[in-house]
Design a protein. Structure first.
Length: 423
RNA sequence: GGAGAGAUGGCCGAGAGGCUUAAGGCGCACGCUUGGAAAGCGUGUUCACAAAAAAAGUGUCAAGGGUUCGAAUCCCUUUCUCUCCGCCA
């Protein structure tokens, strides 16, 4: 959520930023500013009335203690009742304004960074080791064909016990998945991220604070009986661990990682996109987050990117990095990079990580603040990234390491799996 | 799920309708003292709100309502914590 004070001081900047997103409800900005003015006015009057009420109470108190005359006391009481009635009506008005203001503010996404353009040109894509993508395997099979050949996973079983869009991993692939999770966590911990093991059910406040409500409400599974959501990403419970924290500048950056399953309804996704394990309702993901000071957030964004690059290189993936354009940017993000790995069997790039700087957009709702060296209080910046999302990494790993008779395991994983091929 | 007891500042802890502007302690910061440190003494120390820097103001004792001229204190609702019973990996 943007701060109204920011919108007031940077109206043009906000409008320009929103235009890069092709955000159409621009009229909201001026409506917000008008409501904000109204709110201040009403709040000021309410304050003055409260001040008067407090003074009267004190006078009464003194009179009672000094055994003052009851006529005087009664007239003071009547005066106070008069103000009280006035306040009641104003209070209703005030609450309406606040609610209205919040509803409008909730619809405004974060302002993209200055570097972000509305549409991407070639320079937004960066392929550090493009030549490896030219590596070809004769008759490379997509992972669903490989699965038939080597008994890797079963979508039928997923459908049998749940519904379509759920998958069951078998034998060595099940262990390979555990190994990948363990490997990613180890890499993150080594890079000084603290591991958290978290609940998969989250309350409304948490979902609201990180910005999934109202933006992605329909993407989430909701348990009506207990008023809880299934987490769409580990970012939500992880970030919310820090909700309402007031840090000192010495505490920052906070670095945390978690492995969770993620649940997404993915309504409206059909066809080739959901083939095999490319897109599932439940998938495994290892997430990293950081909470930083405003002046260091882009430095740490770069650092997260090199961290993920390192992991992808160690697994010998051909990958590319894309800086998202304004129109592709997520609701809370000011800058996002997507990592895509090349999957030889499908002959296409698969998104395996999304790394974002949400600047102070999430911090505002999460009340993540810190004290500067001079003792001032300011909002933190938040960053999040996948390190990494499992099913697509798995798909690409299986496809890229296939030979005619077996699937080879990348070297760094063998200590985790205990085997070096699947056949 | 049933029965009871609780929730006060960074932490501990008093307060039970108006002399609370939340006692006292710990911690922290600064100062005095010292050759330096410890001890001692002094000062300060929640957060939020606006054109809000200073002075003043308003709100803030788990959250939201209510009673009252006046609520940390009384009433209602909700959330959370603890103890006991029940169920249970």
């Amino acid at each position: 959520m943007l701060r109204t004070s920011f919108i007031r001081k940077n109206r043009k900047k906000v409008l320009f930023g929103l235009s890069k997103r092709k955000f159409h409800k621009i009229h909201l900005i001026d409506e917000i500013l008008i409501l904000d003015q109204k709110k201040k006015k009403v709040q000021y009057i309410l304050n003055k009335i409260s001040e008067k009420e407090n003074l009267i109470s004190k006078k009464i108190s003194h009179l009672i203690l000094k055994r003052g005359n009851s006529l005087q006391i009664n007239s003071l009481k009547e005066e106070s009742i008069f103000f009280k009635k006035k306040k009641k009506d104003l209070n209703i008005e005030f609450k309406n304004i606040v609610q209205n203001l919040e509803e409008k503010l909730n619809q405004i996404p974060n302002i993209p960074d200055e570097k972000i353009k509305e549409k991407n040109t070639e320079d937004a894509v960066w392929s550090p080791n493009n030549r490896t993508t030219t590596k070809t395997i004769e008759e490379a099979l997509p992972h669903w064909e490989l699965s038939k050949k080597f008994h890797l996973f079963s979508s039928d079983l997923g459908t049998k016990i749940c519904r379509s869009g759920f998958s069951v991993y078998l034998g060595k692939v099940a262990k390979l998945q555990r190994s990948l999770i363990q490997y990613f966590l180890d890499q993150n911990i080594r890079a000084s991220y603290l591991e958290y093991s978290l609940p998969y059910l989250i309350n409304e406040m948490s979902v609201y604070a990180t910005g999934q409500i109202p933006d992605k409400e329909d993407q989430m599974y909701f348990i009506e009986k207990d008023n809880l959501y299934l987490l769409p990403t580990g970012e939500v419970p992880l970030m919310n661990c820090f909700r309402d924290n007031l840090f000192t500048y010495k505490d920052l950056p906070v670095r945390a990682t978690t492995y969770t399953s993620c649940f997404r309804r993915e309504s409206g996704s059909y066809g080739s996109k959901v083939r095999g394990i490319n897109r599932l309702h439940q998938f495994e993901k290892v997430e990293i987050i950081q909470i930083t000071t405003p002046d260091t957030s882009y430095y740490y964004l770069d650092e997260m990117i090199s961290h993920i690059k390192k992991i992808l290189r160690s697994l010998e993936f051909p990958f590319r990095l894309i800086r998202l354009s304004g129109t592709d940017l997520g609701f809370s993000s000011a800058m996002t990079y997507d990592f895509e790995v090349y999957s030889i069997g499908q002959k296409k790039w698969l998104e395996v990580s999304s790394v974002s700087n949400c600047t102070n957009f999430q911090s505002n709702r999460l009340h993540l603040r810190y004290k500067t060296m001079t003792g001032e209080i300011d909002l933190c910046h938040t960053l999040n990234g996948s390190a990494l999302a499992l099913p697509r990494i798995m798909a690409a790993l299986l496809e890229n390491n296939q030979t005619k008779n077996q699937i080879n395991i990348p070297k760094v994983l063998i200590p985790y799996t205990g085997f070096d091929y699947i056949k």
